[in-house]
Design a protein around this ligand. Structure first.
Ligand code: ADP
Ligand code: ADP
Length: 219
């Protein structure tokens, strides 16, 4: 479970996140919806301890997330798929992550297979399309087989087949009892993906409820 409590982040005069409070429960896909600039990435980075809140707190399963302690075994994330060292091969990138997190080498082949990149494992990431980078970022998130997963705009750059695949993956991860938070700026992406929605705008909570409740309101 992810608990966000009165979370606020200011960058100088810009308030990126403003008093956000919400809970992300296990066993379902929670969509994190808001227009570009709403504060989704900043919130996810604070949940992962990559960005320090100005005030408030975020916890994963009751504790502030410490990636250097629990690392990929506790929470995996796809944050910025473009932000990978392109000189390495996909396999080398994942092997380095596995080594750094004390994970067995066999996980690399398993996750490459899972995301459909087994055939390009020995190619350099520099030649990868955005869709392939998204798949690689998802592979990194899955590497530690974590109970909590965050995906920031995972659908960007995926082709229609990739979109169907990633939706199925999120549904399966949730069915396994994991906590799954998926951000998007498009409501249409959430309709076939999320059970529950957290909607934000200008860093503030607009609504948090079951997706069916939005459909009933015609939102
Ligand atoms: P989203 O992920 O919903 O598109 P972000 O969390 O990326 O939104 O950004 C929220 C707001 O915070 C935006 O106004 C953005 O420009 C600002 N912001 C994000 N990161 C920084 C930063 N490092 N320095 C200054 N402003 C930032
Ligand atoms: P640093 O040594 O700079 O602190 P890390 O070893 O924490 O970096 O991270 C190395 C790589 O692992 C980066 O590409 C980063 O984006 C990625 N990474 C870190 N934490 C996670 C996570 N929880 N899920 C997925 N990828 C992660």
């Amino acid at each position: 479970m992810i608990e966000v409590n009165e979370l606020t982040k200011r960058y100088g005069a810009v308030t990126a996140v403003n008093g956000l409070t919400f809970t992300v429960r296990p066993g379902r896909v929670t969509g994190f919806l808001g227009p570009n600039g709403a504060g989704k990435s900043t919130t996810m980075r604070m949940i992962l301890g990559l960005n320090r809140p100005t005030s408030g707190s975020a916890t994963i399963d009751g504790h502030p997330f410490d990636r250097h302690k629990a690392g990929l075994r506790h929470a995996g994330a796809l944050l910025d798929a473009g932000d990978v060292h392109g000189g390495r091969t996909a396999a080398a990138h994942l092997h380095a992550l596995a080594r750094g997190n004390g994970l067995p080498r066999r996980r690399v082949a398993e996750v490459l297979e899972e995301v459909g990149l087994a055939g390009v494992a020995r190619r350099r990431i520099a030649g990868f399309s955005l869709g392939m980078r998204q798949r690689l970022g998802i592979a990194a998130a899955l590497l530690g087989d974590p109970p909590v997963l965050l995906f920031d705009e995972p659908v960007n750059g995926l082709d229609p087949e990739g979109v169907r695949w990633v939706r199925g993956l999120f549904r399966r991860l949730a069915a396994e009892g994991r906590t799954v938070l998926v951000s998007s700026h498009l409501m249409s992406e959430m309709e076939n993906t999320a059970d529950h929605l957290v909607v934000i705008g200008r860093g503030e909570l607009i609504a948090a409820q079951a997706l069916a409740a939005f459909a009933a309101r015609g939102a």
